[in-house]
Design a protein around this ligand. Structure first.
Ligand code: BTN
Length: 242
């Protein structure tokens, strides 16, 4: 398996795009090569579960086109969550960045980054990262608050964050290719928000509740409630209890 590396010649930086994920998908289909697509402005940024991603000025919007054959699709969220969390953590010596399952990044229980992973074709995948650096949406909804890197660290630039993100994304992709999911699972759980604690996950219109006890081999989250174990593959873990 070849080492995954995003060389400078696969970078595209465009002032305005509807969504960097769409452009990365288009480039993958054209070239069958890895790519990195950054935009200063997104006019139609999207998030997980059909949500809108507000693309505010001064934040990082970047998508990576990658060729990878995961043993389970949910492993991709673990790789990306680790990369996003470590990139944010690098600029926060006095605060802890955490991964909220499956792959939001939180600081002090506020969302600072989100990741949208989409299948392109064959073994090609698009990983889109939105990292709040200068701005964050206020009163986005009742369920959680947001924050931005420069609340904690002054004058961090998009380029600096992108450099750390590329470094960490390459690192975790290559650990996965060489050593598999097990070492990543361990690192993920070390950084996981509310690991070992009671959580609520909204799965479609249903609420699932229990203690966040483990991740399965195929990347599902296991919730324990008394003697009952249930696993969830996709949903939204709530920050505030409902
Ligand atoms: C989420 O938290 O729901 C995921 C948000 C992902 C946002 C990023 S910004 C760059 C890329 N382009 C998009 O349209 N979405 C992702």
């Amino acid at each position: 398996m070849n080492r995954i590396k995003f060389n400078k010649d696969v970078y595209v930086h465009i002032k305005e795009l509807s969504s960097t994920n769409d452009k990365a998908d288009e480039l993958l289909r054209q070239n069958h090569q890895p790519c990195v697509v950054q935009a200063d402005i997104q006019t139609n940024g999207r998030g997980r579960l059909g949500k809108v991603w507000q693309s505010l000025k001064g934040n990082l919007f970047v998508s990576f086109g990658v060729e990878i054959k995961p043993q389970a699709t949910a492993h991709l969220a673990v790789i990306a969550g680790l990369a996003g969390c470590d990139a944010v953590q690098h600029f926060l010596p006095n605060a802890k960045a955490e991964i909220k399952w499956p792959n939001d990044v939180l600081v002090q229980e506020k969302k600072i980054a989100g990741i949208l992973i989409e299948h392109s074709f064959d073994d090609f995948w698009v990983f889109g990262f939105g990292i709040n650096i200068e701005n964050f949406p206020e009163n986005i909804n009742q369920r959680y608050e947001c924050t931005a890197l420069n609340i904690f660290a002054k004058n961090v630039s998009e380029d600096e964050v992108l450099e750390k993100l590329v470094e960490n994304f390459e690192k975790y992709l290559n650990i996965y290719q060489k050593e598999g999911y097990e070492p990543l699972k361990k690192s993920y759980l070390d950084k996981a928000f509310r690991y070992g604690k009671r959580v609520q996950i909204k799965v479609n219109e249903r609420m699932v509740e229990g203690v966040f006890s483990a991740l399965t081999e195929d990347g599902r989250i296991i919730l324990k409630s008394g003697d009952n174990l249930q696993s969830v593959i996709a949903g939204e873990m709530l920050i505030k209890k409902e």
